[in-house]
Design a binder for this molecule. Structure first.
Ligand SMILES: Nc1ncnc2c1ncn2[C@@H]1O[C@H](COP(=O)(O)OP(=O)(O)OP(=O)(O)O)[C@@H](O)[C@H]1O
Ligand SMILES: [Mg+2]
Length: 338
């Protein structure tokens, strides 16, 4: 049997975007030193978000920083420094979400010299006659004309019902279904940051469509004093947000908010929960050995598996009222593979 060459993301990145590795490494190094240094001189772009980042532009034989009106094609994020292996965790979370059958922006995890980063291909770009064009995108705060400070439902931001109404009115039921499955996938991966600015819509011609998913990153490995640092989903799922504690009656409430038949939602939850552990494990297994052996990734696999088990076990729990005894979902999750 012919031995396949090992997958080398740096080589793939160089092929896609060209050289300039040392310059990117330098830029990442500076970003890490000064978290606010993400808008270089003369650049014209405005990606909001909590994390420092910069964009690149694919050129025929190299990469460039987009100046003035030139569209960039990739986003480079160094990952959140206080969470070990965060860029890699974001990359595997995105890939696992894609393995679950959702539309996700494609990513590479690249170590530029000593600088780890996630390189995200922009979904709001299109190449036409060898020119890059922008496609109009708005995140859900913009689309709902809400101040960005209201991205979290807990800060008077939009929840499932309001977003579903927007998508149904402006796009149609398929967009609502896609959004519903995306929320479930984020929950099953323990991604705590799926707020209104981490979903976008795109305007293609006169039609509005949900953009590919981005900024999907599990928080299940981050701990503080032996507890999960991010124990909850950003949006309420039928009245519950804690990972591992969403049960059948919450999913029914979620279905009502979404405006989708509860049996349909139940089937999505069951199928995605059955698939999530393998989606994560297979994604991690496909990484180069040095990366896949990181302890955070082993922990991630174990916790995603438990979260899926809890979700399936609690799916048939339709009794009203709070579970009063026993450890909570986040407590159980924190106990796995510490
Ligand atoms: N693949 C992509 N294509 C186009 N635009 C994107 C893409 N990924 C992100 N964006 C835009 O950039 C913004 C910031 O990106 P992102 O959400 O990934 O970073 P962030 O919120 O700063 O990260 P984090 O929450 O991890 O700190 C998004 O709100 C979205 O508008
Ligand atoms: Mg974001």
């Amino acid at each position: 049997m012919r031995q396949l060459p090992a997958f080398d993301p740096l080589a793939e990145f160089e092929q896609q975007v060209g050289g300039g590795i040392a310059e990117i490494a330098d830029r990442l190094r500076r970003l890490r030193e000064d978290d606010t240094d993400w808008l270089g001189d003369g650049e014209h772009w405005s990606l909001a978000g909590a994390q420092s980042k910069f964009t690149l532009r694919a050129l025929g034989d190299g990469w460039g920083i987009a100046h003035g009106a030139e569209p960039s094609t990739h986003i480079v994020k160094p990952g959140i420094g206080t969470i070990p292996s965060q860029a890699l965790i974001e990359h595997v979370s995105m890939r696992a979400t894609a393995a679950l059958g959702l539309r996700v922006a494609s990513t590479l995890y690249v170590e530029f010299e000593d600088q780890p980063a996630i390189v995200v291909t922009r979904f709001d770009r299109r190449e036409r006659d060898s020119r890059w064009e922008r496609i109009h995108q708005e995140d859900l705060c913009q689309a709902l004309a809400l101040d960005p400070s209201r991205k979290h439902e807990s800060d008077r931001g939009p929840g499932i019902a309001r977003i579903a109404r927007l998508l149904r009115d402006a796009s149609g039921p398929a967009a609502v279904d896609e959004f519903g499955r995306a929320v479930i996938a984020n929950y099953l991966l323990g991604a705590p940051d799926a707020h209104a600015k981490n979903y976008s819509v795109m305007l293609a011609g006169s039609a509005l469509q949900l953009a590919a998913l981005y900024d999907v990153a599990s928080g299940l490995t981050a701990a503080r004093d032996g507890r999960l640092r991010f124990p909850r989903a950003a949006m309420s799922l039928g009245g519950e947000r804690s990972f591992g504690d969403v049960s059948g009656r919450h999913w029914t409430g979620f279905a009502t908010a979404l405006g989708v038949d509860p049996d349909q939602v139940r089937e999505w939850v069951l199928t995605l929960a059955q698939q999530a552990p393998a989606a994560m494990a297979d994604t991690i297994r496909a990484l180069p050995p040095r990366q896949r052996r990181r302890p955070e990734l082993r922990q991630l696999t174990a916790r995603v598996r438990l979260l899926s088990e809890l979700t399936q076990r609690r799916l048939d729990d339709t009794a009203p009222g709070r579970r009063s005894t026993g450890p909570t979902g986040p407590e159980l999750l924190a106990d796995v593979d510490r």
